[in-house]
Design a protein around this ligand. Structure first.
Ligand code: HEC
Length: 108
């Protein structure tokens, strides 16, 4: 976890700099949990995990998208994206998971 936070800190500011419009940050303030996302995710490039824009594209039009993405963040995910990696369960609240899901799905 310490390592992930360190990596997140390293990428902070760069990874999400390409976010469109007001989506520059995933929330009003940059939380520690958001920093950990950045260790593995960027908007347009595959890092450990898939690009957020690709996630948004895949789930666009899926009425259950928010619930599915929330579940993946809270319980972890593997085998869906063929990145050769898996996402461990993230230590975030359900409210944060929903906020992140809506933010990701808002990327065009
Ligand atoms: C240790 C690296 C890592 C961290 C940290 C991480 N992810 Fe992931 N994430 C991944 C990988 C790898 C996948 C692809 C999993 C798969 O193939 O099913 C993924 C997939 C996802 C998906 C798509 C899930 C699906 O059902 O299609 C979302 C949404 C997501 N991550 C959001 C987040 C958010 C938000 C955070 C921070 C709270 C986060 N991730 C933190 C590695 C990570």
């Amino acid at each position: 976890m310490v390592l992930l936070l360190a990596i997140g800190g390293f990428f902070a500011g760069k990874v999400f700099a390409a976010a469109p419009g007001d989506g520059a940050s995933m929330g009003r303030s940059v939380s520690a949990s958001e920093q950990t996302c950045r260790a593995c995710h960027a908007i347009d490039t595959t890092r450990v995990g898939p690009p957020f824009r690709a996630i948004s594209d895949r789930y666009r039009g899926d009425p259950d998208a928010v619930a599915k993405l929330e579940r993946s963040m809270l319980q972890g995910s593997s085998g869906k994206w063929n990145t050769g990696a898996q996402m461990p369960p993230n230590d975030i609240s359900a409210a944060d998971a929903e906020r992140f899901a809506r933010w990701i799905l808002g990327i065009k």
